[in-house]
Design a protein around this ligand. Structure first.
Ligand code: NAP
Length: 259
């Protein structure tokens, strides 16, 4: 994809990977709009990246918010040609003993899976109208092998990976390029609730390095970008699936003992 002259919408752009991507796209001459749920975080992002950044409060897990966002963007930024579905949450969940109501238990499905699907559905007509349309779905290395302490997150990301494969095929004839960015463990707020023990043996990629790989991948039309250990997880899921699942299962004992 071309890296300049686009109008880019990034969901969940107020911290971490989304914010870093927003900065890169602004720097290389693109109009950038970000969303998030927390108005204060959006305000901070604007302080960080300057008044050229457009921020809109919107929750991808709420179809009503997606609809209002679409109406606002099509009115104010009708030349939108790049949609980056980045917003996501990740929790550890003890399936024996969780305290969530059923609708809370499956929150990652609403935000990390149904969020991107709903965004694509709503924004497709607008993307189709504009030159060089692109969709990027941010999945995870955990789409290829689950981390069993985060079962719902990994199920959502595996499904997002599968959906992205189908989406790419279906949109090809319409000239829409569909990328998947599958980050490895990357230093952001998302990893906040994970202990050092959970992360044993995992090398956490610096955010700037991960986004360097992502930007190069976009530029080269590498449609499935798997930086760092995400590529190893992908490889191991094919070469030695039982072995890698066993490795990823080590923190389960601690989770079950602690909750
Ligand atoms: N960091 C990693 O190790 C890693 C690895 C693989 C994949 N990923 C994926 O990368 C993406 C970005 O994560 P990150 O690491 O950058 O985490 P982060 O720093 O926590 O950023 C998540 C962003 O998403 C927003 N968000 C969360 N729920 C939302 C919702 N319902 N609607 C709109 N915005 C929402 C957050 O803002 P608000 O809370 O204000 O809404 C924030 O801006 C996620 O999809 C994550 O699964 C991350």
């Amino acid at each position: 994809m071309k890296l300049t002259g686009n109008t880019v919408l990034i969901t969940g752009g107020s911290s971490g990977i989304g914010l870093e991507l927003a900065g890169r796209f602004i720097k290389s001459g693109n109009k950038v709009i970000i969303t998030g749920r927390d108005a204060n975080k959006l305000k901070q992002a604007k302080v960080h990246l300057g008044s050229v950044l457009v921020t809109i409060k919107s929750d991808v897990g709420r179809p009503g918010d997606v609809d209002s966002l679409y109406k606002k963007i099509s009115k104010d930024f009708g030349n939108l040609n790049v949609l980056i579905n980045n917003a996501g949450i990740m929790r550890t969940i003890n399936l024996h003993n969780h305290k969530d109501k059923p609708e809370q238990l499956t929150k990652e499905l609403d935000i990390d899976l149904k969020g991107p699907i709903g965004m694509v559905d709503r924004f497709l007509p607008l993307l189709k109208k504009n030159p060089d349309p692109v969709i990027v779905n941010v999945s995870s290395g955990l789409a290829f092998v689950p981390l069993p302490i985060s079962p719902i997150y990994c199920a959502a990301k595996a499904a997002l990976h599968s959906y992205t494969l189908s989406l790419r095929v279906q949109l090809q004839s319409a000239g829409i390029r569909v990328f998947e960015l599958a980050p490895p463990a990357t230093r952001t707020e998302l990893l906040g609730e994970f202990s050092e023990d959970d992360m044993k043996g995992v090398s956490i990629m610096p955010l700037a390095d991960m986004v360097d790989v992502a930007m190069k991948g976009f530029e080269k039309d590498d449609f499935e970008i798997r930086p760092g250990q995400a590529n190893q997880l992908h490889f191991m899921s094919r070469l030695a699936p039982d072995f890698i699942l066993k490795q990823m299962s080590k923190p389960v004992e601690r989770l079950l003992a602690s909750s």
